[in-house]
Design a protein around this ligand. Structure first.
Ligand SMILES: Cc1cc2nc3c(=O)[nH]c(=O)nc-3n(C[C@H](O)[C@H](O)[C@H](O)COP(=O)(O)OP(=O)(O)OC[C@H]3O[C@@H](n4cnc5c(N)ncnc54)[C@H](O)[C@@H]3O)c2cc1C
Length: 508
C-alpha cells in the first residue's frame, strides 16, 4: 500500500447556504480559521442560488429572514425577491472574508469516521481531506423531489423542477402543466399565467392561503434603518415577537386556528366568485397542518380563462397527454414540477458512515433523530445544521440556524477545554430522551392532529422535521453543550503527537 498525504483541517463545513456561511462566520469570530467550506455548486447561496423561478421570494419578512449579525437596512420589500437574497449572501461572503475558505465544485461524496485517529475522512469531487469536526449544512430543501410518474420518460416536451428552472426554455405561448400546490407553485402560477397559452394546475391537495402583507420599504424607512440601527432592531423584534405569540396555537391549541381559517376563506371568497372552483380550492384539513402560504395573486390567477385546476394529482403521462388520478386528460408542451424536496430522507445521510460502520441513513431508517436537533449517536464531532425537528411553520429558519451555531461554537469550545485529541459522541440515551420529549409534545400539534399528510411527516407518519416550540426556547436549549449528554473519546496517549497540525499521513 502506498503512503499518501492528506490535507487535514480542524473543521469541514458542507454547504454554502445560510447554514454553511453562518457557520463560517461564527468559526472565524471564534478565532478558528483552519476550516474549509465544501460546496458542490459553483457559487454560494444554497436555496437562493438554486431557486430562481419566476416570482421566487421569501415568505418570512426580510428583516427577520436575515442574519442578526449582518443586518441589511437596504431590503427593498417586506418579502424580498430571490435576486436580493442571493446578493445579500454574496455580500455576507465578502464582508466576512469567507471566500478563501470556500471550495466550489466540491460535492461531498462520502464521510467516514476514523475511530483510531478520531477524525472524519472526507471524499469530495475535488479531492480528499480529513477533518476533526464536520458541520453538515446541506439544507433541508436542497435536493428536488420529482415523483415517479408512469410514462414521464415518454413525454416529448420540456420537463423541469421549480428548483432547477430552465431559463433557456421560453414558456410564453406554451401549454404548461404545473404539478403541485406548495410554496413554490403558488409563486410560480401568478408569475407565468399572463404569458402562457394554457396553464393546468394539478392539485393533489389544496393549500390554505392568506393575504401577503407585502409592500416596498420606503426610502425614508431604509434611511432610518441605516442611520438609526435601533429602528431596524425594533422592526426585527416586532416581526419576531408576533410570530412567537402564534406558536402555542400551532403546537398546543390547534382549535384556536379556526379564526385564521375564516380569514383564509374570506381571502379566497374575495377573489374566487365561482363556487365550484372555490369548493375545489377549499382544504379539508386544519389550517397550519401544512405550511400556510401567503399570496395576493394566486387566487386571481386561477380565475383567469387560460387556467384549469385539476383537483387531482398527476398519475400517468402518455406522450403529450397528462392523465390525472381522476381520469382528466390534458395536453401539454411543458411540465413544471413544484413537488418539493427530499426532506425526511436527507440525502447526505446516505453518505456518512459513523463509528459503528453504519450510515446515518441506516441509523435513521425508522426516523431521523438528533440531540438538540444537531448531533446523532455514533457520529462523533458531526453536527447537522437544520437537523431533525428544527423546522418552523411560521417564522424564520435563520433564527434556528443561529441557535445551532451557538451550539457549534460551544461544542468547539468544549473540545478545546477538554484538550488533546478528542471527540464528543452523543450518548444514545441522551438522544432518545430528547427525541421522546419532542415526540411527546408533537402529539398535540396541528401538524400531527390537523388531518393532513405533509412533508413534515416521514414514511412512518412521524414528524421528524418540525420544532414543537418557540424559537426562544430552541435558543435556550442550544446555548450550551451539556457534557453529561456526551461520551468523550480520546486517542490513546501513545498515539498523540503523531500528526502535524496541517498534514496527516494516511495509508491509502
Ligand atoms: C423556494 C424556497 C423558499 C423558502 N423561503 C423561506 C422563507 O421565506 N423563510 C424561511 O425561514 N425559510 C425558507 N426556505 C427554507 C430555506 O431552505 C432555509 O431558510 C435556508 O435557506 C436553508 O439554508 P441551508 O444553508 O441550511 O440550506 P441551503 O440553502 O439549501 O444550502 C445547502 C447547500 O449545501 C450544498 N450541498 C448539498 N449537498 C452537498 C454535498 N453533498 N456536498 C457539497 N455541497 C452540498 C447545496 O448545493 C447548497 O448550496 C425556503 C426554501 C425554498 C426552497
Amino acid at each position: 500500500m502506498a503512503e499518501r498525504e492528506h490535507e487535514h483541517v480542524r473543521v469541514a463545513v458542507i454547504g454554502s447556504g445560510f447554514g454553511g456561511l453562518g457557520a463560517a462566520v461564527r468559526l472565524r469570530r471564534q478565532g478558528i480559521t483552519d476550516f474549509v467550506v465544501l460546496e458542490r455548486a459553483g457559487s454560494v447561496g444554497g436555496t437562493w442560488r438554486d431557486n430562481s423561478y419566476p416570482g421566487c421570494a421569501c415568505d418570512v419578512p426580510s428583516h427577520l429572514y436575515s442574519f442578526s449579525f449582518a443586518p441589511n437596512p437596504e431590503w427593498p420589500r417586506n418579502f424580498s425577491g430571490q435576486p436580493h437574497i442571493r446578493a445579500y449572501l454574496e455580500r455576507v461572503t465578502d464582508t466576512f472574508g469567507l471566500r478563501p475558505h470556500i471550495r466550489f465544485d466540491s460535492e461531498v461524496r462520502s464521510l467516514r469516521w476514523n475511530g483510531e485517529e478520531l477524525y472524519w475522512e472526507v471524499e469530495t469531487a475535488s479531492g480528499s481531506l480529513t477533518a476533526d469536526v464536520v458541520v453538515s449544512a446541506t439544507g433541508p430543501l436542497s435536493d428536488p423531489k420529482v415523483p415517479d410518474v408512469l410514462g414521464l420518460d415518454s413525454f416529448p416536451g420540456k420537463v423541469f423542477h421549480s428548483a432547477r428552472w430552465d431559463h433557456d426554455y421560453d414558456l410564453r405561448g406554451k401549454r404548461v402543466a404545473m404539478i403541485g400546490t406548495g410554496a413554490s407553485a403558488i409563486q410560480i402560477v401568478p408569475s407565468i399565467q399572463p404569458t402562457v397559452d394554457r396553464l393546468t394546475l394539478f392539485q393533489r391537495t389544496p393549500a390554505w392561503v392568506l393575504p401577503r402583507a407585502d409592500r416596498k420599504i420606503s426610502g425614508l424607512e431604509r434611511w432610518l434603518h441605516a442611520k438609526v440601527p435601533a429602528t431596524r432592531a425594533a422592526r426585527r423584534g416586532l416581526l419576531w415577537g408576533i410570530r412567537e405569540l402564534q406558536v402555542s396555537a400551532f403546537t398546543k391549541r390547534p382549535n384556536e386556528l379556526g379564526l385564521i381559517e375564516r380569514l383564509a376563506k374570506g381571502h379566497m371568497k374575495r377573489s374566487v366568485k365561482d363556487p365550484v372552483l372555490r369548493a375545489k380550492l377549499t382544504p379539508d384539513y386544519r389550517i397550519g397542518c401544512k405550511r400556510i402560504l401567503l399570496s395576493n395573486s394566486y387566487y386571481p390567477a386561477l380565475t383567469q380563462p387560460n387556467v384549469d385546476v385539476v383537483a387531482s394529482g398527476l398519475k400517468e403521462v402518455r406522450g403529450k397527454v397528462l392523465v390525472a388520478s381522476d381520469g382528466t386528460e390534458t395536453e401539454a408542451d411543458a411540465i413544471v414540477f413544484g413537488t418539493g424536496f427530499h426532506v425526511t430522507d436527507m440525502p447526505i445521510a446516505h453518505r456518512v458512515t459513523g463509528a459503528n460502520g453504519t450510515t446515518l441513513a441506516e441509523e435513521w431508517k425508522d426516523g431521523m433523530e438528533a440531540l438538540r436537533g444537531t448531533t446523532a449517536a455514533g457520529f462523533p464531532n458531526f453536527l447537522t445544521i437544520i437537523g431533525p425537528n428544527t423546522g418552523l411553520g411560521n417564522s424564520s429558519m435563520i433564527l434556528m440556524i443561529e441557535s445551532q451555531l451557538n451550539y457549534l461554537v460551544d461544542f468547539m469550545r468544549q473540545l478545546d477545554v477538554l484538550g488533546g485529541k478528542i471527540a464528543l459522541n452523543a450518548r444514545p440515551s441522551a438522544v432518545h430522551a430528547w427525541t421522546r420529549g419532542v415526540q411527546k409534545r408533537m402529539e398535540r400539534t396541528v401538524w400531527n392532529t390537523g388531518g393532513c399528510d405533509s412533508w413534515y411527516l416521514d414514511s412512518n407518519g412521524r414528524n421528524t422535521t418540525a420544532w414543537p416550540g418557540t424559537t426562544a426556547e430552541f435558543r435556550k436549549v442550544t446555548r450550551q453543550v451539556d457534557l453529561a449528554e456526551y461520551e468523550v473519546l480520546r486517542v490513546p496517549a501513545a498515539r498523540r503527537g503523531e500528526r502535524s497540525a496541517q498534514t496527516v499521513k494516511a495509508v491509502a
